[in-house]
Write a protein that binds this ligand. Structure first.
Ligand code: HSE
Length: 300
């Protein structure tokens, strides 16, 4: 039997739309073993009721993609998915499922694919690399699709950096959150984001959290998406007032995430309270960035 642990992820980190992401210390676990015939999928945990148990299951579909690539034909498969990352909240649940499926399938079929191949396959299935790359290699990852491949570089998260995560009690599909984006952006807005994403990468590399307030600003996607998330701008402003270094929509939302090195409980409280004042119940968590990505575990 193969057991794989895969982290949740935050994509974009503000200005790095579709190219920046970070792994969080918050994991799904996927167990798979080959059986004589058929497909059995057991799902437990968060969002279990809405996760398919048939050929439409994303873990299975991703595993099939790897089996096809390496020419492995399992007689039958049994999966057990322990799902902690909520679905449709902007914490990389689909990336976690895809990565769990491809890593498990790679191990089951002899481990012939390297991380580079796994990142490319996962990005192809997900449509963009910013969640799957940190889900595979951990830390903070800059990733760019290039000619069917993905170029990526991993950064180590600054040791003092903590994340305060506010997860609203409603789902937002990435498809819808991408449909509200404009076909074109102004030159000024493009320049605004280019400068900030460069500043953000440099600041994270040097551990200079004082830059994050400016470096995590965005003009490409968050403004368009704020209409889908009641209170989003107010929650972000309140978190900053309470001491957050920077605040961003997590992926396509609706989760918001504050980066901080102090006042963590206060930031969590004001994010929850401000969401509530805007009619949204939100769960709040304080989580560390995850230095590790997907990895095989000893099966119990
Ligand atoms: N970069 C993606 C987006 C992440 O913002 O749409 C969500 O999958």
């Amino acid at each position: 039997m193969i057991c794989v642990q895969v982290p949740a992820t935050v994509a974009n980190l503000g200005p790095g739309f579709d190219c920046l992401g970070m792994a969080l210390e918050f994991y799904n676990t996927i167990e798979v073993h080959e059986i004589s015939s058929g497909l059995h999928i057991d799902v437990q945990g968060e969002s279990a009721a809405i996760i398919p148990r048939d050929e439409n299951n994303l873990v299975f579909r991703a595993a099939q993609r790897v089996f096809q690539q390496v020419g492995y034909r399992p007689t039958g498969l049994k999966f057990r998915i322990i799902n902690n990352v909520p679905v449709g909240k902007g914490l990389g649940s689909s990336a976690s499922a895809i990565v769990g499926g491809i890593i498990a399938a790679n191990l089951l079929s002899g481990g012939n694919l390297r991380n580079k191949d796994l990142v490319s396959i996962a990005a192809e299935l997900e449509g963009h690399p910013d969640n799957v790359a940190p889900a595979i290699i951990g830390g903070i990852v800059v990733s760019v699709p290039n000619d069917g491949d993905v170029k990526y570089i991993r950064l180590t998260s600054p040791p003092q950096l903590k994340c305060v995560v506010a997860v609203p009690d409603f789902h937002l599909s990435t498809k819808l959150a991408r449909e509200v984006l404009p076909q074109q952006v102004s030159f000024n807005d493009a320049v605004f984001n280019i400068g900030r994403v460069a500043l953000l990468v440099a600041a994270l590399q040097q551990g200079d959290l004082s830059m994050l307030g400016v470096a995590m600003e965005d003009r490409l996607h968050q403004g368009c998406r704020s209409g889908l998330i009641p209170g989003m701008k107010k929650v972000m402003a309140a978190a900053k007032l309470a001491g957050a270094r920077g605040v961003t929509l997590s992926g396509a939302g609706p989760t918001l995430i504050a980066f901080a090195d102090s006042n963590l409980e206060l930031i969590a409280q004001v994010m929850r309270d401000t969401f509530r004042q805007n009619g949204v119940n939100a769960k709040v968590f304080i989580i560390n960035p995850s230095p590790v990505g997907a990895r095989a575990l000893h099966c119990k």
